[in-house]
Design a binder for this molecule. Structure first.
Ligand code: NDP
Length: 317
């Protein structure tokens, strides 16, 4: 027989700005939330550097510091933050079952999903071959290893600009490969790239192959307009082409769009299953900001609280 470790009112999956904000609100409402942090405690902000656009930090704040502060605030009101990965869920019924990687099975009246999104990869074989041997998706984590060297950054969004600007301070030269003749990044980020002398943007350019022996030594790129092939000597290759929502464990139970973002009701965090709420990047393919994630985390906790109150009232009456 299945042994249930405990029964909760609110279980939060994921520990980015959405999850922690949901935790702060749920804890202050006396719902004794438990949070499972997931694979990357603190979420994507732990692998970013300066956050300059989160209100309340006029001088900016380092991403990891911000997430430490979020955690402290959630714990201050009694959130039980646990290191662990949710492997499987059964969301139907009054008590949702959540299966943790240590073998624990927990039942909970509500689930708040704040599992965020993860970096996307190009999907070419040499990218996998040299992962950790020059290939990375995080300049802040790995940039240090490329001090004084030449590196390549792929992508034309804000992440790519941010990674390129960060690396430009450490590396001799940064090549940015942008597959179109324009960038998707915000103007301010593009201006920073333009003003940085050691960043060279290669437009209409795609990666053919990363090569080397033990460690990568170069990249073969192709101009998709002229077909011209160029060899770039580089010791680092940073992929910054966007993100994929971490929602695989909910497939088949929750409604999602074609990219895997969880669909929530308009002006709410309600999913297609009662008692299950989604917030942050797991359900937001449009804004994807720390501050919007935090906002929807707050909404999810309020939605969960209301759901529990209404459930109690309907049981009593
Ligand atoms: P985006 O989806 O905005 O950009 C992805 C970029 O990668 C695009 O230029 C895209 O090209 C390119 N790309 C996608 N797939 C490939 C591929 N297979 N090969 C080559 N290039 C590819 O993702 P970001 O991660 O940059 O940004 C996500 C969100 O986070 C945005 O809303 C952004 O504003 C925000 N953000 C904000 C920051 C800040 O304010 N400090 C920092 C970082 C992100 P194409 O345009 O051709 O599709």
């Amino acid at each position: 027989m299945l042994e249930i470790k405990e029964r909760l009112k609110v279980l939060i999956i994921g520990s980015g700005p959405a999850g922690y904000t949901a935790a702060i609100y749920a804890a202050r409402a006396g719902l004794d939330p438990v949070m499972y942090t997931g694979l990357q405690p603190g979420g994507q902000l732990t692998i970013t550097n300066d956050v300059e656009n989160y209100p309340g930090y006029p001088d900016g704040v380092m991403g990891p510091q911000m997430m430490t502060d979020f955690k402290k605030q959630a714990e201050r009101f009694g959130t039980d933050v646990r290191h662990g990965i949710v492997e499987r869920v059964e969301l139907a019924g009054d008590f949702k079952r959540v299966f943790i990687d240590n073998g624990d099975v927990i039942e909970t009246e509500t689930v708040i999903i704040s599992t965020g999104a993860s970096a996307k990869w190009l999907g070419i074989p040499s990218e996998e071959k040299f992962n950790g041997k020059g290939v990375s998706a995080c300049a802040v984590c790995d940039g240090f290893f490329f001090k004084g060297k030449d590196v390549v950054v792929v992508g034309g969004g804000d992440t790519a600009c941010e990674e390129a600007t960060y690396l430009s301070k450490l590396c001799r030269k940064v090549y940015m490969l942008v597959r179109k003749d324009h960038m998707r990044a915000s103007q301010i980020m593009q201006n920073r790239v333009e003003k940085t002398a050691n960043i060279e943007v290669l437009w209409n350019t795609e990666t053919e192959e990363i090569h080397g022996e033990d460690h990568m030594t170069g990249v073969r790129v192709k101009n998709n307009q002229t077909g011209e092939i160029t060899e770039i000597e580089a010791q680092g290759f940073f992929v910054a082409i966007g993100h994929k929502p971490n929602t695989d464990i909910f497939k088949g139970q929750l409604d999602m769009d074609k990219y895997g973002y969880i669909i929530t009701e308009k002006s709410s965090t309600k999913t297609n299953i009662e008692g299950v709420f989604a917030c942050g990047d797991a359900q937001d393919s449009v804004y994807r900001q720390a501050v919007t994630a935090a906002g929807t985390g707050c909404m999810a906790a309020l939605d969960a609280e209301r759901f529990l109150v209404e459930k109690e009232v309907s049981v009593v009456s």
